[in-house]
Design a protein around this ligand. Structure first.
Ligand code: SF4
Length: 376
């Protein structure tokens, strides 16, 4: 393993003790997402944490002060590098940024400074030196068809490269929909025979972090657990961490009160769209898509597609390119309870509880006004 501890590395890069402790708090908050929403966890001073959280922070502090940096080998196959882009564009100082400073990226086709034979030799050396210890990250789908000619790096097919690197990996993280489920390259007619990591690798632990791209905080939260505790998170039947994929987008959507009230936008420029109504009839896949977008959001918690007026495309589910059409409205809304003012208030309360903030308050007021008009 790289000899310096994570704490040493952070100090070398100018992070203070306070930054380090804040990082430990963020790690705990992210790993316990269901119990402690990240918006609350971000920057929360230690005295405000519950005692169980304080114990968890202490355990993380202890681990990061003594553990060496985690070696990572990152392979890209049939991808657009969007997951890498999303990670590297995250703002500083964030959990993403800090976790990335706590790992030792030994090989990355987009980010490595070296190229050609030099970088391929460096990868071979790292796989040998850290055999059984490194995390293998895979971005992009694998193309075994026609002898693997559609995706090669350094003269080797994606299938051979994956098998070679997987052999010495402690665990594999498939980031993005392409490596998790085949993604865009897998869409009909799938000319390259694109498959996922799990279609190829059967004898190693594989965690899927699907999304197009994967949410950076979800990727780094998973990596952080391995970094700190050497364990992988509990997974669902599609190998996704339950912590981040345990709820649908719909469960925590800020437009949910409109859904419950039966108020839908029928086109992107109608009055309903302007009022922020539910996007279900515009093809929103939120009710069947499991991910944390509505809570984690993007760009430092600024927004996510539905908040910005675009229906969910279902990018963290298998077969999302072929599975039902992006903008095809559903024929009828899913079953929903009869709307009463009390029911509406309860729905608004649920949404407010997961931190929807001022935007949702605006929606609530708008709905209340409409309800008052209706009742008056
Ligand atoms: S916009 Fe989509 S996720 Fe949000 S409430 Fe409507 S259907 Fe559900």
């Amino acid at each position: 393993m790289p000899e310096e501890t994570i704490h040493d590395e952070m100090r070398k890069k100018g992070f203070s003790r306070r930054d380090f402790l804040k990082f430990c708090g963020l790690v705990v908050g992210t790993m316990g997402l269901t119990a402690l929403p990240p918006m609350e966890a971000s920057g929360m001073p230690l005295p405000l944490l519950h005692s169980s959280q304080k114990r968890a922070v202490k355990a993380v502090v202890q681990a990061l002060q003594t553990k060496p940096r985690l070696p990572v080998i990152w392979l890209e196959f049939q991808d657009c590098a969007g997951c890498t882009e999303a990670l590297t564009r995250s703002q500083s100082p964030t959990l993403v940024n800090l976790v990335l400073n706590s790992i030792s990226v030994e090989y990355h086709e987009t980010l490595s400074a070296a190229a050609g034979f030099q970088v391929e030799e460096a990868k071979q050396a790292a796989m040998k030196k850290y055999a059984g210890q490194y995390i293998l990250v895979v971005e992009g789908s694998i193309s075994p068809k026609d002898g693997g000619v559609y995706c090669t790096v350094g003269g080797k097919s994606s299938l051979d490269l994956l098998n070679e690197a997987a052999a010495g990996a402690a665990a594999i993280i498939a980031t993005g929909n392409c490596s998790s489920f085949g993604g865009l390259p897998h869409a009909n007619p799938n000319p390259t025979g694109a498959v996922s990591v799990l279609d190829v690798i059967k004898d190693k632990p594989v965690v899927n972090i699907p999304g197009c791209p994967a949410i950076p905080e979800v990727f780094t939260g998973t990596l952080a657990q391995f970094l700190v505790f050497g364990t992988l998170p509990e997974l669902d039947s599609l190998h996704r961490p339950k912590t981040f994929y345990g709820h649908t987008i719909h469960d925590r959507c800020l437009r949910r009160p409109f859904y419950e009230a039966g108020k839908f936008a029928d086109s992107f420029d109608d009055e309903g769209a302007r009022q922020g109504y539910c996007l279900y009839k515009l093809g929103c896949k939120g009710p069947t898509t499991y991910n944390s977008c509505a809570v984690m959001k993007w760009s430092g918690g600024l927004s996510f597609p539905i908040q910005s007026g675009h229906p969910c495309l279902g990018c963290s589910e298998p077969n999302f390119w072929d599975g039902g059409g992006f903008y095809q409205g559903q024929s009828a809304p899913l079953s929903r309870p009869a709307v009463t003012t009390a029911g509406l208030a309860a729905a608004v309360g649920v949404v407010a509880a997961v931190g929807m903030g001022a935007y949702n308050q605006g929606q609530k007021k708008s709905l209340e006004k409409q309800e008052e008009k209706k009742e008056g």
